[in-house]
Design a binder for this molecule. Sequence first.
Ligand code: ME8
Length: 651
Amino acid sequence: MSKAFYVTTPIYYVSGRPHLGSAYTTIAADVLARYHALRGERVVFATGTDEHGEKVAREAAAAGKPVQVYVDEMAQAYVDLWEQLHIRYDRFIRTSEPQHVRVVQAVFSKLLETGDIYLGEYAGWYCVPCEAHLLESEVQEGCCPDCGRAVERISQPAYFLRTSRYAQRLLDHIEANEEFILPDTRRREVIGFIRQGLQDACISRARSDWDIPVPGDDTQSVYVWFDALINYLTVAGYPDNSAQMGDTWPPDVQLMGKDILPRFHATIWPALLMALGLPLPRTLFAHGWWLADTGDKMSKSKGNFIYPQEVAEELCELSGARTAVAIDALRYFVLREVPFGLDGTFGLRTFIGRFNADLANDLGNLLNRSLPLVDRYLGGVVPEPGPGAGELADDIAAARDGVEAALAVADYRGALEAIWELLGKGNKFLDTREPWTLHRDGKMVELQAVLYDVLDVVRSVAILISPFMPVVAEDICDQLGLEPSEALQWRLVEGGKLPPGTRTRKESPIFPRVDMARMEAKLQAREAAVEKDKDEERQEATTPLLSFDEFRQMDLRVARVLSAEKIAGADKLLKLQVDAGEPTPRQLVAGIAQEFSVDELVGKLVVVITNLQPAKIRGVESNGMVLAAGAEKALALLTVDRDCPVGTRIR
Ligand code: ME8
């Protein structure tokens, strides 16, 4: 069997729900997997969940659930999201699987035998959220350099992987193989990191119930990162099935965020493979961060995660597009908007803007203009190309070559630009060749050639975009009257492969345009509400602390409302007379007329502050204030929970 194209994502921690960041890497891997499958290659696309470690155990405890129950639920959240995002993986690996546990223990035992693993003593810093051991020099004012949270000091016996033994070989490999670490900025960063000196990696910790036990030592458990990296070997069948291993190993592309490259995937991982005598992956690609619109990295502590389902729903609501189309649009957007490798800021306006410009206009227009013409002039049947057809064949070939070259180095944006160039050519071709004029002038042979060529571009584009937008590609095939499973093959990205005689279908537009003014109004209203919340928070945060004596200066009393009447010309105000246990009733003005009726107020026990400086409100004297809950509107009035004499002091 020929070697499969093997692509991986990191396995995600189950300590949180999947979000746009985890979706990003998985969508990128899915595009490569689909692209290679489209070319007729055998593909192994693996993703999964990283379920051991201190962080997961703590989250489970915080959720009040047994760890296994907790990880089962969280892993399911990933499986569900991947289904919604049209992710077609071959293997979903969970590190709590018995098979994986066996592989980790087998690797551990083997490397103990070869002396690549040894028992030592770890004394240093540990970041629980990142599950990372840190050097003294890396800790910044007691905090982790990556996530900024407080680190913990640990000192305990531990096993180490002799990473240092492989430092030079690894450097040589990186220098000899330019594609081993991409993009180039990351490659240079890793070279610098290794040159600083590679310390042996700590790969165990004091025994915990949840982690994989170290074989033959019941005081120690395997460190979560050592366990996690081995998932890529488990997927390939190591060590039981070396024949299958040969068909899959090594990985062709391993995708990840830039946070987990230098310390883990570009050092411990290759050192581990060298120690096992296995070939290294062909490419490790570290992409950038998606940041929230505030410019912050999405993180639990900031609570600013973007969830793909919510973004897609928003687009559906604004445009009326089908959910599956909105999901495809999001897949397109994340790979088109930002060069793979750089950071990007996610904003709904940019997303919708691209949806209108690239999908509704460029792609949607070519479809929505060409199909009705074929319908009107040719009875909805794909014509024979005839003489003169094939004018766009070179453009189709150029787009195909462009996509191939770009995807060979995970340049998704470059691939999409090549496809959009072809779309531009198709749209321009319609404008300049004016099929409506050809029809008016009775030039039927030319008309057929032009419409054939345009539909052939549409068909080729459907194949080219299918790794990115699989549902949209099928929708386009449907509109062209083609069977997707037959039409969507890479070898058919070539001019002249559209079968004449095919009957096209009239369907509603795939990408209904978003009304930008409506969106703007909606976003502005939402932003104003957020601002208001923030203001309130700020006010609360800046309220100064009172001393007890200062608090005691407020004279709060139980009082009964004797009468209430509206103040002429002021919708919100009531004039109240209250009995606060004083010789005469007290008059005060309260801004509660819209929330409370006179009837519900009269006779009610309330709480008033009596030593406020008197004020004149709308010409009415007010001696104090009724206390109410609610920042602007009164949501409820303060009262006492059982009857007590008016005038009772509140303390
Ligand atoms: O690190 N932008 O798991 P993890 C882009 N279990 N990508 C992001 C992102 C963002 N804002 N946030 C997360 C782990 N990612 C380990 C991996 S592998 C043997 C073990 C993506 O749940 C990105 O791919 O923290 C990053 O590397 C990964 O999610 C981290 O996922």
